[in-house]
Design a protein around this ligand. Structure first.
Ligand code: ADP
Ligand code: MG
Length: 350
């Protein structure tokens, strides 16, 4: 067979680059929710409200009371690789914000009809930017930002076909907010679907470390249920540069599915084999068969010892010394489970 005629090398158009990049970041409505709530938290919001229609496919609107975006920067926010969060490679090594890649808004805007409404505290009024037309006009709004995403994947029907039922997409969206909520008891969250309030988790004032465990326990009870807290013990452990806090479920609270295992690294929800393996091994002697432990574990570590720039969605991280982290988590959970009196009390058998 004769070879295909060669075509010349060309730069891809900007829009197409963003659509390709969107494939990595935006899989379904819940991915949009994750990115927009990340942004809301980075903006210093104390209240985040998520409004959805049709499981997020028709509409995802995330509203915050954070720092806002000045009107002249709204068009820049939509550009690829435009961010206010880092300016140099060294910033990346100590990054404390959820975002830093400057990709999310550009990616989401390329596969939806998106609008940004924002008002910084010092700006006399709010402005709305329509991502598609580029139109910028004044609107009424208090301080903060709302990002509206309509008709997700309308221009990429192949992608849209992969979406599940509205109920399934809604459940994923709620799970996405839940992951954020479990890390931030100091922020209030509300989720509305089709005009109905489906979840509401109120903020707890967190004045200092002493109260953090209390605030966290309250948030865990709100989000995962009273049983989660009643059937778990507090985790508090420090090993060198690694601090592990949170709650570990008692063996009796184990479930058939691994659907209540939350791990955070420096406030970021992650899915990480080192952490899940370490947690699992702490249950080695007390949990048999295929039962899955429940836990919410918060690892704090010097940012220089963990690379968060491994995956476009930042759900994976790489530890500089994974043994050090594995040991810290394993010991943290083992110690918590070994406190027999606390365990017995929590289980209501003391
Ligand atoms: P990143 O979060 O990685 O910086 P994004 O594309 O998500 O990239 O956002 C681009 C920029 O837009 C952010 O750096 C921030 O300055 C601004 N921005 C986005 N969402 C908000 C928000 N809710 N409140 C304030 N600023 C925002
Ligand atoms: Mg972002």
């Amino acid at each position: 067979p004769s070879p295909k005629p060669r075509r010349p090398i060309r730069d891809l158009p900007d829009e197409l680059i963003s659509q390709i990049a969107a494939g990595e970041v935006v899989e379904r409505p819940a991915s949009v929710v994750r990115e927009l709530v990340d942004n809301a938290l980075d903006s210093g919001a104390t209240q985040v409200t998520v409004r959805l229609l049709a499981g997020g496919v028709r509409l995802i609107a995330v509203e915050d009371d954070g720092c806002g975006i000045p009107h002249d920067e709204l068009p820049i926010a939509l550009r690829r690789h435009a961010t206010s969060k880092i300016t140099s490679l060294s910033d990346l090594e100590t990054v404390a914000t959820m975002g830093f890649r400057g990709e999310a808004l550009a990616a989401i805007g390329s596969v939806s009809e998106m609008a940004l409404l924002s008002r910084p505290a010092h700006q006399p009024g709010a402005f709305l930017l329509d991502a598609r037309s580029g139109e910028l006009r004044p609107v009424a709004r208090g301080t903060g930002t709302t990002v509206e995403v309509k008709e997700l994947f309308f221009s990429t029907p192949a992608r849209r076909k992969f979406l599940k039922t509205d109920a399934t997409e809604l459940a994923h969206c709620i799970e996405s907010v839940r992951r954020h909520a479990l890390a931030r008891p100091d922020v209030g969250f509300a989720i509305w679907h089709e005009g109905k309030l489906v979840e509401q988790w109120r903020a707890t004032f967190v004045p200092g470390d002493a109260h953090l465990q209390d605030a966290l326990a309250r948030r865990l009870a709100d989000v995962l249920g009273e049983d989660f807290v009643a059937q778990s013990v507090a985790v508090q452990h420090r090993a060198g540069p690694v601090t592990v806090t949170g709650r570990a479920g008692l063996p009796d609270a184990a479930r058939s599915r691994a659907d209540q295992q939350y791990c955070y690294v420096n406030g970021r929800f992650v899915r990480d084999k080192v952490l899940t393996h370490a947690a699992r091994s702490a249950y080695e002697d007390v949990l048999h068969g295929h039962k899955q432990p429940v836990y919410a574990l918060y690892v704090e570590i010097d940012p220089a010892r963990v690379d968060v720039n491994v995956h476009p969605t930042k759900i994976e991280v790489r530890f500089r010394d994974s043994r050090e982290v594995h040991q810290a988590v394993r010991h943290a959970v083992e110690n918590a489970l070994a406190a027999p009196r606390a365990a017995a009390l929590a289980a209501g058998t003391a």
